[in-house]
Design a protein. Structure first.
Length: 122
Protein backbone atom coordinates (compact mmCIF):
# COMPACT_ATOMS: atom_id res chain seq x y z
CA UNK A 1 0.00 0.00 0.00
CA UNK A 2 1.27 3.49 -0.87
CA UNK A 3 0.01 6.96 0.06
CA UNK A 4 0.55 10.15 -1.92
CA UNK A 5 -0.10 13.58 -0.42
CA UNK A 6 -0.42 16.19 -3.16
CA UNK A 7 0.56 13.60 -5.78
CA UNK A 8 0.05 10.01 -6.87
CA UNK A 9 2.45 7.91 -4.77
CA UNK A 10 5.82 7.06 -6.27
CA UNK A 11 6.32 3.45 -7.29
CA UNK A 12 9.39 3.33 -5.02
CA UNK A 13 7.91 4.95 -1.90
CA UNK A 14 5.36 3.95 0.71
CA UNK A 15 4.68 7.63 1.49
CA UNK A 16 5.23 10.39 -1.07
CA UNK A 17 4.65 14.02 -0.01
CA UNK A 18 5.02 16.78 -2.61
CA UNK A 19 5.57 20.48 -1.92
CA UNK A 20 5.05 22.49 -5.11
CA UNK A 21 4.51 25.84 -3.38
CA UNK A 22 7.91 27.23 -4.41
CA UNK A 23 8.67 27.84 -0.72
CA UNK A 24 10.83 25.57 1.46
CA UNK A 25 8.66 23.52 3.80
CA UNK A 26 9.62 20.84 6.29
CA UNK A 27 8.05 17.64 7.47
CA UNK A 28 7.74 18.50 11.13
CA UNK A 29 7.22 16.62 14.39
CA UNK A 30 6.66 18.74 17.50
CA UNK A 31 6.87 17.62 21.12
CA UNK A 32 6.09 19.50 24.31
CA UNK A 33 7.69 18.04 27.41
CA UNK A 34 8.97 15.07 25.44
CA UNK A 35 11.55 14.11 22.85
CA UNK A 36 10.51 13.49 19.26
CA UNK A 37 12.46 11.93 16.45
CA UNK A 38 12.65 9.73 13.40
CA UNK A 39 13.06 5.99 13.95
CA UNK A 40 13.51 3.30 11.36
CA UNK A 41 13.20 -0.37 12.33
CA UNK A 42 14.44 -3.34 10.34
CA UNK A 43 14.38 -7.10 10.86
CA UNK A 44 15.25 -10.03 8.67
CA UNK A 45 12.63 -12.67 7.95
CA UNK A 46 9.01 -11.64 7.45
CA UNK A 47 6.42 -9.65 9.39
CA UNK A 48 4.85 -12.86 10.68
CA UNK A 49 8.22 -14.50 11.42
CA UNK A 50 10.90 -11.84 12.03
CA UNK A 51 14.51 -12.81 12.64
CA UNK A 52 17.61 -11.05 13.94
CA UNK A 53 19.30 -8.30 11.95
CA UNK A 54 22.59 -9.49 10.50
CA UNK A 55 25.96 -7.81 10.02
CA UNK A 56 25.80 -5.39 7.08
CA UNK A 57 22.02 -4.91 7.19
CA UNK A 58 20.94 -1.29 6.71
CA UNK A 59 18.65 -0.56 9.66
CA UNK A 60 17.59 2.88 8.45
CA UNK A 61 18.84 5.67 6.23
CA UNK A 62 18.27 9.28 5.27
CA UNK A 63 19.06 10.09 1.66
CA UNK A 64 18.74 12.88 -0.85
CA UNK A 65 18.23 12.84 -4.63
CA UNK A 66 18.61 15.83 -6.90
CA UNK A 67 17.07 16.46 -10.30
CA UNK A 68 19.34 16.36 -13.35
CA UNK A 69 18.42 17.55 -16.86
CA UNK A 70 15.64 14.97 -17.36
CA UNK A 71 14.78 13.40 -14.01
CA UNK A 72 15.65 12.62 -10.43
CA UNK A 73 18.70 10.53 -9.67
CA UNK A 74 18.04 6.79 -9.75
CA UNK A 75 19.46 6.45 -6.23
CA UNK A 76 20.25 8.74 -3.32
CA UNK A 77 23.45 10.72 -3.89
CA UNK A 78 23.94 11.86 -0.31
CA UNK A 79 23.18 9.28 2.39
CA UNK A 80 23.35 8.78 6.16
CA UNK A 81 23.07 5.04 6.86
CA UNK A 82 22.78 3.23 10.18
CA UNK A 83 24.10 -0.29 9.63
CA UNK A 84 24.38 -3.42 11.78
CA UNK A 85 28.04 -3.90 12.74
CA UNK A 86 27.41 -7.47 13.87
CA UNK A 87 24.69 -10.08 14.09
CA UNK A 88 22.07 -8.88 16.58
CA UNK A 89 21.13 -10.71 19.78
CA UNK A 90 19.01 -9.52 22.70
CA UNK A 91 22.22 -8.50 24.52
CA UNK A 92 24.39 -7.16 21.69
CA UNK A 93 23.21 -4.86 18.88
CA UNK A 94 26.32 -3.11 17.48
CA UNK A 95 25.85 -0.45 14.80
CA UNK A 96 27.88 2.04 12.84
CA UNK A 97 26.96 5.19 10.93
CA UNK A 98 28.09 5.65 7.35
CA UNK A 99 28.03 8.96 5.49
CA UNK A 100 28.12 8.65 1.69
CA UNK A 101 28.57 11.46 -0.82
CA UNK A 102 28.81 11.64 -4.61
CA UNK A 103 31.93 13.20 -6.13
CA UNK A 104 31.81 15.72 -8.97
CA UNK A 105 31.48 13.99 -12.33
CA UNK A 106 29.71 10.94 -10.87
CA UNK A 107 26.16 9.80 -10.10
CA UNK A 108 27.18 7.09 -7.63
CA UNK A 109 27.45 7.68 -3.88
CA UNK A 110 30.46 6.26 -2.06
CA UNK A 111 31.21 6.03 1.65
CA UNK A 112 33.09 9.16 2.73
CA UNK A 113 33.11 8.63 6.50
CA UNK A 114 32.25 5.91 9.00
CA UNK A 115 31.59 6.25 12.72
CA UNK A 116 32.34 2.84 14.19
CA UNK A 117 30.83 1.46 17.42
CA UNK A 118 34.21 1.79 19.18
CA UNK A 119 34.73 5.52 18.45
CA UNK A 120 34.01 8.00 21.22
CA UNK A 121 33.58 11.74 20.62
CA UNK A 122 33.23 14.06 23.58
Amino acid sequence: MSLGIGVQPSATAVLDVVNNSGVTKAIQITGYGSTVGFRGRAADGTQSSPSASQIGDTLTYFGGRGYGATGFAANATGILNIIAAGNFTDTSMPTYMSLSTTPTGSVTAAEAMRIAPTVTFL
